[in-house]
Design a protein around this ligand. Structure first.
Ligand code: ADE
Length: 417
């Protein structure tokens, strides 16, 4: 099987939308120009398990320009843009993903990419790496290394490395500053609000908006919700982050106290059952619940289902659960990443930096994998800083440089006075 997509006839619309996205991806464009000349990925079979979006298409084109043979599957059953999948297949790439695919098809598609015997794996959520380790470890000796896009994936991989079971090195793209400071914060912040609004068309101004988790994604989401006029409540388990949220001006309280107050709830914790039975039991009629963390485990949907006497789809990505006492609780996007299920994920301009990191991480693996331990590594700071420099340049922003006198001052300890 060379590809498995919804409909190849969607290719033209996909190509136009990719063209639009690429206009906001100047850093990746520059990398592609260099890759086209230098072919650093020549002969590399690369399996990528990413959200199949216009931005990912731009990354696939860049990797292919560098000489890689790319096999792409989805990192979430609901995040595929079918026209993008069609466009990539029409350009000769191997894509296995269909929006709304069931769990069996999802894993069949992951395995189709692994059947190509990749030399590099590129993950958003560690599904390729997990599959290699749990079911296809015969492939591991042929794998130079992997890259990982997201916080949740990095946590899984670091725990595998700590237990000495990781079979090849992985670059944590998420840990680059030009990734998590921007993608997780501004990307998740804007795209999550976008997903909620496209799904519901509700007014945020004046509403109570509960953000669970105050990592980079939670910070971005709280700030954007507040910018739209919502009154934001943050729930946290980490005292430092809770303190930061309080000093950023948000109300901080346990979920048990937030549950009866919230109009909107969005989880971005990376952990499971953050919103569960005891919280649904005290929510207001009409409360809207969604998730923007990687896996659909943050909301305990089984307990919501068990409480419900009636369940119906009321709009696309909007499912209403009626409880015995007459209250209705609304779940968006089946509890999956709402920014990718109901909207289009992070805007291209922010994915430009994330995917510049991915492209440079695969080049880094080709040049350095033999020197890397079977652990989780960061990209070197000079690569990270270069991406920031190129992004600034593309935005027409110049900055000051240190004078010789300032350099001397910073490097000396005698000049304190
Ligand atoms: N993750 C979040 N937003 C994304 C996007 N637009 N493309 C690919 N992966 C993403």
């Amino acid at each position: 099987m060379d590809h498995d997509i919804k409909d190849i006839n969607l290719a033209e619309s996909g190509k136009l939308r990719i063209e639009w996205a690429e206009r906001s991806m100047p850093v990746l464009r520059m990398i592609r120009e260099r890759f086209t000349k230098e072919k650093p990925l020549s002969g590399i079979v690369l399996a990528a398990c990413l959200h199949v979006t216009t931005e990912t298409a731009s990354l696939v084109r860049t990797l292919a320009a560098g000489g890689a043979d790319v096999y792409l599957c989805a990192s979430n059953p609901l995040s595929t843009q079918d026209d993008v999948a069609a466009a990539l297949v029409s350009e000769g790439h191997h894509v296995f993903s269909i929006k709304g695919e069931d769990t069996e098809t999802y894993y069949k598609h992951i395995n189709a990419c692994l059947d190509a015997k990749p030399v590099i794996t590129m993950d958003d959520g560690a599904d390729l790496v997990s599959c290699v380790h749990s079911k296809r470890s015969d492939l591991a000796p042929g794998i130079l290394g992997g890259t990982e896009e997201t916080t949740t994936g990095v946590i899984t991989l670091k725990s595998m490395a700590d237990r000495h079971v990781l079979l090849f090195p992985v670059i944590a793209v998420n840990d680059s500053n030009t990734k998590h400071f921007f993608d997780n914060r501004y990307g998740t912040g804007q795209s999550t609000i976008d997903g909620i609004l496209r799904a519901t068309n509700r007014l945020l101004a004046g509403s109570w908006f509960v953000v669970s988790g105050y990592g980079w994604c939670g910070r971005g989401l709280a700030s954007r919700a507040s910018g739209m006029g919502a009154r934001v409540i943050v729930t946290e388990v980490d005292p430092l982050r809770a303190l930061e949220a309080a000093m950023d001006g948000y109300s901080v309280m346990p979920m048990a106290e937030a549950a009866p107050l919230g109009d909107f709830f969005c989880t971005v914790t990376g952990d499971r059952s953050v919103i569960r039975k005891e919280h649904f039991e005290v929510m207001k009629d009409g409360a809207i619940v969604c998730n923007s963390g990687h896996f659909n485990v943050e909301i305990d949907i089984d307990s919501l289902e068990a409480l419900a006497v009636l369940r119906r789809n009321i709009r696309d990505f909007v499912e209403e659960f009626s409880l015995a006492d007459g209250r209705r609780i609304t779940l968006l996007g089946e509890g999956r990443l709402i920014n990718l299920a109901a909207a289009e994920g992070h805007p291209s301009s922010v994915m430009d930096m994330s995917f510049a990191n991915q492209a440079l991480a695969s080049e880094f693996l080709v040049n350095n994998a033999s020197k890397l331990t079977k652990k989780v590594h960061k990209l070197p700071d000079d690569v990270d800083n270069e991406i920031a420099r190129l992004k600034l340049e593309s935005m027409g922003i110049s900055i000051d440089v240190l004078t010789p006198e300032q350099i001397e001052y910073l490097s000396s300890w005698e000049m304190g006075t």
